[in-house]
Design a protein around this ligand. Structure first.
Ligand SMILES: [Zn+2]
Ligand SMILES: [Zn+2]
Length: 300
């Protein structure tokens, strides 16, 4: 089901940071990585960045000179682990004609400009975002409203249960979709029917499964869920593949691999997200143009 395709019109996902709350580091944290949340999504050639945790610096180094002139960063919310990569995003340093747009949905329609301006300023940080060569634009919306971009692209959003609020995103392209559901704490009863409707039948759900059910009684109210609740939501919503994300920095590779094996006995297409992991979904809505092109290819 998950396969690499050469098509430049695929829906593609790469994880640049999969840890939640803070980084993990050391020889026992190599396989799943160390950076905090950042996910690159390509809808064909179109780039979206989900969250700006420390993984954003690694993505920026990879993009470097090849970054597009307009870059859209969808922020689930503004907790530090989701924004701390912003000043270290190399494309912001390389071109003054570049525009970096942030989208924030949990501040009653206000943008992230004011809170980001408070954080990235002396004495907390030496350089203001406005002093970087690229121009930042900050857009606010209300989680639950769709975001429509100037090229006509539309992304669906959903409010999430998290201290201070957070926003889930659903990105669709050529008959495929992915849902980004971080950070979220499950409700009782579960699955929440509105969230289940939001993620229904998606090809990939990226879900905050920071804790294990056995740990959850110690972490109740912290705003995070468990891989077991992610599987329940996925299986009851027709989700095709599940990436457990926002991994607890105290869970080392051995712990996560053991949990992943246990999870895959229940849902074989579920996995723990790994830093730099890449997934590609071929278009599912073959167009008239595709069929015409295919007709020109001789059978062999
Ligand atoms: Zn977080
Ligand atoms: Zn958070």
């Amino acid at each position: 089901m998950l396969r690499c395709v050469a098509s430049s019109d695929a829906l593609q996902v790469r994880f640049w940071g999969t840890r939640g709350s803070t980084c993990a580091s050391g020889p026992e944290f190599v396989e799943f990585g160390s950076h905090t949340p950042c996910v690159e999504v390509r809808c064909g050639e179109r780039l979206f960045i989900l969250d700006a945790g420390t993984g954003l610096s690694a993505l920026g180094a990879e993009l470097a000179q090849n970054a597009p002139d307009k870059i859209d960063i969808l922020l689930s919310h503004l907790h530090l682990d989701h924004i701390s990569g912003l000043p270290f995003f190399k494309p912001a340093l390389l071109a003054k004609e570049r525009v970096i747009r942030t989208y924030c949905g949990h501040l009653d329609g206000e943008s992230a400009m004011e809170p980001l301006g408070r954080l990235f300023a002396p004495p907390l940080f030496p350089v203001r975002l406005g002093q970087l060569p690229a121009r930042f634009e900050h857009h606010g919306f209300r989680a639950g409203e769709p975001i429509t971009f100037d090229d006509g692209t539309r992304i669906e959003t959903h409010p999430l249960n998290h201290p201070g609020g957070a926003t889930g995103f659903r990105l669709s392209h050529r008959g495929r979709s992915i849902c980004y559901i971080s950070d979220v704490e499950h409700s009782d009863p579960w699955p929440d029917p509105d969230l289940a409707a939001f993620v229904r039948d998606t090809d990939l759900m990226i879900f905050d499964g920071m804790f294990f059910d056995a740990e959850y009684s110690y972490c109740r109210g912290w705003g995070h869920s468990t891989w077991q609740k992610g599987v329940e939501l996925a299986q009851q919503s027709g989700v095709k593949a599940l990436a457990i994300f926002h991994l607890y920095p105290g869970h080392n590779d051995a712990t996560l691999k053991a949990a992943e094996a246990e999870m895959q006995r229940i849902m074989p297409t579920a996995f723990m997200a790994r830093e730099r992991q890449f997934l590609s979904f071929a278009p599912a809505d073959e167009t008239v143009a595709d069929r015409a092109q295919a007709a020109k290819v001789p059978a062999v």
